[in-house]
Ligand binder design. Sequence first.
Ligand code: WT7
Length: 652
Amino acid sequence: MSETSQTTSQTEGRDLAPTPEFAEQANGKAELYDAAAADFEGFWAEQSRERISWSKDFDQTLDWSGAPFAKWFVGGELNASYNCVDRHVDAGNGDRVAIHFEGEGGDTRTITYAELQRDVAKAANALESLGVSKGDRVAIYLPMIPEAVAAMLACARIGAPHSVVFGGFSADALRTRIADAEAKLVITADGQFRRGKTAPLKPAVDAAVDGESTVEKVLVVQRTKDDVDWNDDRDVWWHDVVDSASDQHEAVAHDSEHPLFILYTSGTTGKPKGIFHTTGGYLTQAAYTNSVVHDVHPETDVYWCTADIGWVTGHSYIVYGPLANGATQVIYEGTPDTPHQGRWWEIVQKYGVTILYTAPTAIRTFMKWGDDIPAKFDLSSLRLLGSVGEPINPEAWLWYRKNIGGGSAPIVDTWWQTETGGIMISPLPGVTELEPGSAQKPIPGISAEILDDEGQPFTEAEKVGYLVLTKPWPGMLRGIWGDEERYKETYWSRFGEKYYFAGDGAKYDEKGNIWLLGRVDDVMNVSGHRLSTAEIESALVSHPTVAEAAVVGASDETTGQAVVAFVILRGGAEDHGDETVQELRNHVAKEIGPIAKPRSIMVVSELPKTRSGKIMRRLLRDVAENREVGDVTTLADSSVMNLIKEGMSAGK
Ligand code: WT7
């Protein structure tokens, strides 16, 4: 654990306590901490009954007898899609805007809850007509368009777990995910708008389902109108089957523990993990956190989470949380610099966005682009800012508050994971005195500790240890799809079965705030996206010229970490310098997706290994970050590092 962040004193004298006006109106009150501490299960039962419409009430809040496999709200029945859509219409809020959609090219759509209800009902009917029924898995590979939301909710309505695959993933990555979940149907689009151009999506699906596949039908949204190859037996246009479907669809209630979705994420091995979430507990935590942390007031707020629905942030804080709460939100399709670097701020101004939830990598990019860009727009509607995905350095925090938050908006730095389903550690904006750079404290209902190498909890300040969660929580993963053992081994064995091992380093400061210090395993965090070193290594060695590869995450000013690869070429393969490097980078993009492309690749003749043959990534990270190379005494051959460094200074 080499990364330590500095506890900052640059915040002294700044106004970091909530203003009385903010505290007064905030959803999250201090009493919640006491209530949760006094009666943990009672607290969650109350949150759930208050926020969720149960068709059949649950009779047990938590069943932990099969630990580490949890059951929440046992015996209860609900429909997530009903909760996110229909009940708002039933309550008389059908005319409220659910989604302000802003396409990259400037096309817009305003969708009310009543319209969303019809869209979801039509999509659910269409899916059923295509043979999808309860329990079938549906893969979704779509851009950020309203159909993505309707597709997810239609799956939830039927009880068909969705597996959303980020549109930036390659055909190969999509194929693996489809195969692992045994998806029966894929929902995709002809393409998407990226940086003012169209980028195809359907060809990747064609390649991913070519040959032997569990996929029977491919449902295609027409977005770009580019030409696509068409398989008459398999492919169906969304506008043909969804638009003509009935807008009436009964939302049958499902068991609280019915699977809601699978979402693949990178782990320490090459094979992505299908993190699997169920309905009642997940929805409860998504709605609760969106209310108490994002402080969403559905009647008055315009909320914008800039994530992609391909990631868990999009699942919990674009689809399930805000919609369960009946919020009005903005969805933007494109990139922040199209057609100009002020695009986000123009959107904030246009829709009067009040709550903005984004990632540190975006904030650092805006810092680089310059203060004058946001300054050109009226951002005074913003009253709360959020951050997620990686630690936010105090400089970026302060810039965000000053340049986007008018110098006074609270910032919630929210720590959580695909596995946790919802926010776990974060300030409550109406209660907590903020500490820039720290996610601070577990929210009410959540319990965390920091353990030392021996697994002992400690509370000393500035000592670095491992973050663990000490109690089950409603939104927790229910397992890894199809792999119970891997679930137990990954999360519940490092410190015994009492502790959920998050994989993050952490420390306390003098005030007892928790600081997250980055991953302690072989997982990298690039622009808030999780990438596995092993997965990229195996992509590299699948290239015919590569004999061996080692990948490390090197710190990067903008993206947090960047992928740096060291490769040994096969005997006979010649090193053509830049050309070789480019070819390998493109190969990784093809195998996994452009997000996994190494920032740099160094061709070396040896890799540093221990006597037992384990690659010492720590030393490679030293090289990648231009540091003095650390202790080499455990290397099998200590001259290797000299060879690598010489090779690099020779311009290789
Ligand atoms: C990993 C989870 C949570 C949704 C997006 C990422 C890192 C996330 C923070 C934060 C420090 C953070 C952790 C975590 N992380 N949020 N506020 N401060 N680190 O989800 O892809 O499952 O990644 O992201 O390392 O383990 P994910």
